[in-house]
Design a protein around this ligand. Structure first.
Ligand code: HEM
Length: 509
C-alpha cells in the first residue's frame, strides 16, 4: 500500500516546519502533520503529480482546535450520536477530503473507494479501535491469510446453488411474518414494523447459521437471545461489535448452538452457512471448531441487523413519499397475480422500480453509515511525526453529498432507473453512482450482498402484495435520529391493513 514514501520538509510557514510524506495511492496524497497555526493546522494537501501542492481549506473545527482537544469533541459527537452528520457538514463545506482527527482522513469520492478498499494493490489493513478487543477469529476482524481462508470456506454458502437451497427456509419465515402481520392488521392497532423486520431477519439467519430459529416470529415477542443481541447492538457500533470479544455468556450460548449444528448429521448438505463452512474440513482452508463458532456468531450479526435496518428505512421513506409507495405497490401487484409466485428469481426480474427503491434506501439510510477505517502506513517502523494515518470513505457523508447526488436528502428512487443514466434531461443524469457502495468494495466487501437483496426483495414485495400501509401518528421526522455506529432506530409505528381490493373480492365471493 505504501509504495513510495518520501519524507520531506516543506518551506517553513510562519516559522514552522512541517513534515510531509507522499503515499502512493492512485492519487498520491500529501499529508501535513505536526502542530501548526490556525491557518495551516489540519490542512490536507493533495498532490496529484507528486510535485505540485494543492491546498484544501481545512475544516475550521479542526483547524482552529488544538489537536488534543479535538478528539474530545469527536468523542462528544459520537456519544451524542451526531458524528456522521458532523462529517457530512464538514465534507459539504470543505470538499471531498476532510481530516477529522489528527490522524484520520475521510473521503467521499468514487476513486477513494477504489484506492482504499479496491483490488489491484496491496490491501490496506483494517483499523480497529483498541476498545474493540479485536480477536481476529472471525472473517471481519481476521488478517491476511486467515481472512482468505474464512472467506474461501464461506463462499459456497453464497453461490446461486446454495441460495436456491436456502430459499424455502427463508420463505418459511416470510410466510410466518405474513401470518403475524395479518394478525396485526386484524387487531386494527398500529405496530412497530422494526420489531417484525428484526424477528424475521434474525430468525432466518439463525436458521441458516445454526439450523434452528431464534423463535422471534413464532412467539411474536422478543426472547433472551434476541434481547441479548439487541442490547449489545445498542451498546456499541456494529463493526466494533463484530470484532469485539463477546461476553463469556454470549460465547457459551453461541458455542452450544454452533456445536449442536455441527453434530447434526441430518442437516448435512442443507446448503446453509454451517454446511458450507464444514465442507472445508480436511482441506487447506478448513476452520477449527472455535473458528466455526466465531464465524457463525458473526454471520448472525452481520446478516440480520443490516437487512432489518434497510427494510425499516425503506418502509419509512415509502410512507413519507406516498407517490413512491403507490408506484411500487402497483408494480408489485401488477407483476404477481398470486403471492406464491413471488420467488427469488421472479422478484429479481419483474420489479425494477422496487429494486430502485431498495437502492435509494441504501443511499439515504445506509445500514452501515459510518467510515470503515483502513491504515495507510502499516509498514512504517515508526509513525510519521508521531502519527500513523487512517483513511476511509464515510458512507453517510458520501451518499448525502450534493457533489455526488442531485437532491441528496430526498428519497428519489427514479435516480436508479436505467433511463436516468441515459436521459441527459434527467436531474439524476450526473449522479455519481460509483460512489454508492453500501456493501463496501474489494476483497473484503460484503459476502452476503446477493442474499441480502433476495431477502429484502421477497419480504418487501410480499408485504406490499398483501397489505396497505400507512404511517402511524407522530412518525414524521423519524429519519432525524441519532447514529451510534448504527442507526438508533426508534419505533416506526405503521398502520397495516389487509389489501383493500382483496378484502372486497373476499366479501363478494
Ligand atoms: C443490507 C444488508 C447488508 C449491508 C448493507 C451490508 C454491508 C456490509 C459492509 C459495508 C461490509 C464491510 C465491512 C467491513 O469492511 O468491515 C460487510 C461485510 C460482510 N457482510 Fe454484509 N451487509 C449486509 C448484509 C449481509 C448479509 C445478509 C450477510 C450474510 C448473512 C452479510 C455478511 C457479511 C460478512 C460475512 C462480511 C465480511 C466479509 C469479509 O470480510 O470478507 N452481510 N457487509
Amino acid at each position: 500500500s505504501l509504495v513510495s514514501r518520501k519524507l520531506r520538509t516543506v518551506t517553513p510557514h510562519q516559522d514552522r516546519h512541517f513534515e510531509v510524506s507522499t503515499f502512493n495511492l492512485s492519487h498520491p496524497i500529501l499529508f501535513v502533520f505536526g502542530p501548526g497555526d490556525a491557518e495551516t493546522r489540519g490542512k490536507i494537501s493533495v498532490d496529484t503529480n507528486g510535485m505540485s501542492l494543492y491546498r484544501r481549506p481545512a475544516p475550521l473545527l479542526v483547524a482552529g482546535m488544538d489537536l488534543i482537544a479535538f478528539p474530545i469533541l469527536r468523542s462528544l459527537s459520537i456519544v451524542g450520536g451526531q458524528l456522521d452528520f458532523v462529517m457530512k457538514d464538514l465534507h459539504d463545506k470543505y470538499g471531498d477530503v476532510v481530516r477529522f482527527n489528527p490522524d484520520d482522513l475521510s473521503f467521499i469520492s468514487a476513486q477513494a473507494w477504489k484506492d482504499i478498499y479496491g483490488f489491484g494493490h496491496a490491501e490496506l489493513p483494517k483499523y480497529f479501535p483498541s476498545f474493540s478487543g479485536f480477536n481476529g477469529q472471525n472473517i471481519i476482524s481476521a488478517k491476511g491469510s486467515d481472512h482468505f481462508r474464512f472467506r474461501r470456506a464461506m463462499l459456497p454458502a453464497f453461490t446461486d446453488k446454495s441460495l436456491a437451497q436456502q430459499e424455502p427456509i427463508i420463505a418459511s419465515y416470510v410466510d410466518l411474518l405474513m401470518t403475524r402481520l395479518r394478525e396485526v392488521a386484524d387487531s386494527e392497532k398500529p405496530t412497530n414494523i422494526i420489531r417484525w423486520y428484526n424477528y424475521t431477519t434474525f430468525d432466518l439467519i439463525g436458521d441458516l447459521a445454526y439450523g434452528e430459529s431464534f423463535k422471534g416470529l413464532e412467539e411474536g415477542k422478543s426472547n433472551g437471545w434476541l434481547d441479548n443481541i439487541s442490547n449489545m447492538l445498542k451498546l456499541m457500533p456494529i463493526l466494533a461489535l463484530m470484532t469485539v470479544s463477546p461476553t463469556i455468556a454470549h460465547l457459551d450460548n453461541a458455542a452450544s448452538l454452533a456445536m449442536k449444528r455441527i453434530n447434526r448429521t441430518d442437516q448435512r448438505d442443507r446448503g446453509d452457512f454451517m454446511d458450507a463452512m464444514m465442507r472445508a474440513k480436511g482441506q487447506k482452508h478448513e476452520l477449527t471448531d472455535a473458528e466455526l463458532i466465531h464465524n457463525a456468531d458473526l454471520l448472525i450479526t452481520a446478516g440480520s441487523e443490516t437487512t432489518a435496518t434497510l427494510l425499516s428505512g425503506v418502509t419509512y421513506w415509502l410512507l413519507r413519499t406516498p407517490e413512491t409507495l403507490e408506484r411500487v405497490t402497483k408494480e408489485v401487484r401488477a407483476a404477481f397475480d398470486k403471492e406464491e409466485d413471488i420467488t427469488f428469481k421472479e422478484a429479481s426480474t419483474r420489479l425494477p422500480y422496487m429494486l430502485a427503491c431498495l437502492h435509494e434506501g441504501l443511499r439515504i439510510f445506509p445500514p452501515i453509515p459510518l467510515v470503515m477505517l483502513r491504515q495507510t502506513n502499516p509498514g512504517l517502523p515508526t509513525p510519521i511525526a508521531g502519527y500513523s494515518t487512517k483513511v476511509g470513505v464515510h458512507q453517510y457523508a458520501t451518499f448525502h453529498s450534493s457533489t455526488n447526488f442531485a437532491y441528496p436528502s430526498e428519497f428519489r428512487p427514479e435516480r436508479w432507473l436505467p433511463e436516468a443514466e441515459t436521459d441527459s434531461s434527467s436531474p439524476f443524469f450526473n449522479d455519481n453512482r460509483e460512489c454508492h457502495k453500501p456493501f463496501s468494495f474489494g476483497p473484503r466487501d460484503c459476502i452476503g450482498r446477493n442474499l441480502a437483496y433476495h431477502e429484502m426483495r421477497i419480504i418487501l414485495a410480499r408485504i406490499l402484495w398483501n397489505f396497505d400501509l400507512e404511517m402511524g401518528e407522530g412518525m414524521l421526522g423519524w429519519e432525524r435520529q441519532k447514529i451510534f455506529g448504527i442507526w438508533e432506530k426508534p419505533p416506526l409505528m405503521v398502520k397495516v391493513r389487509r389489501r383493500a381490493d382483496k378484502v372486497k373480492e373476499e366479501v363478494k365471493s
